[in-house]
Ligand binder design. Structure first.
Ligand code: FE2
Length: 353
């Protein structure tokens, strides 16, 4: 495409001569007698280069320069100065001119400066177009990633809920137990001022912490009345089974660890590992307390619900004996000071993908 040049000068003979030179060299050349006319033409047509005189009636070349720069950074502007004054040249460049030539203007100097300016304009136009294209692709990519992440999270969420209901179908006496434990665990984690990611991870772990029960015979899980010691031992296996299942599922290690440890006790009297508090992960300490409180507050076939105060008294009297004192304090404060009520709703779960 031919480059379009605008010559601005109040002297008609100069306009005609310069346009003639430019046209003969293959440019499209228009001219304007002053800055006001020039501005109107620039607004209408896409010029590549403006070659302007400095001293003109009405508006000076310098003012034209500033006006153009307000709307275009890439339109090339060449200033024509009356005498070779360094000061004027510097000032014009500071105002945004790309080049300057001195009068009287020779054909060679004019064409050389113009060709140079056209090249720069083309390059900067290409650069701008590329940058815009890149920005567009980047935005598209970001949107796509966000969308995919969202649908993965959604799928993950669905699977977690599914696992929750699978266990509870097998162990009907504890319907809703995992959801309530998950929500209470998340509330305790929040009370302990753990970060949002941990809060949501603890919730997720709570939702599936008894997943290992799926490997225990249904007759034992649904047996009314007291269990024999052998049956008790079989139930205890669920922590290890849950851990094994999660390990194979390629979920974050922390999920499996917390499930493995959810029946341990502060002083090492729990099962299956018999580890002490210092060897537990934070998520387990929270889960243990939430599990006990929720279980005590719920009805069981062999006993009625024990009530909030009984549950809180139980964990308080065993603070730093069976349970982490810090977690006990957070949990009791949650119920007593913040008015927390056991929450049976499915919340959005989060698993780091
Ligand atoms: Fe359990």
């Amino acid at each position: 495409m031919m480059a379009r040049i605008l010559v601005v000068d109040d002297e008609k003979s100069i306009r005609l001569t310069l346009c003639e030179f430019l046209k003969n060299d293959g440019f499209i050349a228009d001219s304007a007698p002053d800055a006001v006319v020039a501005c109107g033409m620039i607004a209408e047509k896409d010029y590549d280069v403006v070659i302007t005189d400095i001293i003109m009636p009405r508006i000076s070349g310098m003012d034209l320069l500033s006006t153009i720069r307000k709307t275009s950074k890439t339109l090339q502007i060449i200033i024509m100065t009356g005498e070779p004054s360094v000061d004027t040249a510097i000032q014009s460049v500071q105002n945004g001119a790309n080049d300057y030539i001195t009068k009287p203007i020779s054909k060679e100097v004019l064409l050389k400066a113009t060709r140079n300016a056209v090249n720069i304009k083309r390059l900067s136009d290409e650069k701008t177009a590329l940058e815009e294209k890149n920005k567009f692709y980047q935005k598209q990519l970001e949107e796509l990633v966000a969308l995919r992440t969202q649908s993965l999270q959604k799928a993950m969420q669905g699977i977690i809920y599914l696992l929750t209901s699978v266990v509870e179908t097998r162990d009907p006496y504890t319907a809703g137990h995992q959801l309530r434990v998950g929500n209470l665990s998340a509330a305790i984690a929040k009370k302990l001022q753990l970060n949002q990611e941990t809060v949501e991870l603890v919730r997720t772990i709570g939702y599936i912490h008894d997943i290992g029960k799926i490997s225990i015979p249904a007759e034992i899980l649904s047996k009314p009345g007291k269990l024999t010691s052998l049956e008790m031992e079989m139930i205890k296996i669920h922590a290890l089974k849950g851990y094994e299942m999660i390990s194979k599922a390629n979920l974050p290690d922390i999920v499996g660890q917390a499930i493995y440890q959810h029946h341990e006790r502060h002083n090492g009297s729990g099962y299956p590992l018999g580890i002490k508090d210092k060897d537990m992960i934070t998520e387990s300490r929270i889960l243990i307390v939430a599990d006990v409180v929720e279980a005590m507050m719920s009805h069981r076939p062999y006993r009625p619900a024990l009530g909030l105060e009984t549950a809180l008294a139980e964990i308080e009297s065993n603070a730093d004996i069976l349970f982490s004192g810090q977690v006990v304090a957070a949990c009791t404060s949650l119920f007593r000071n913040d008015g927390y009520v056991i929450d049976n709703d499915e919340k959005i779960v989060h698993i780091p993908l």
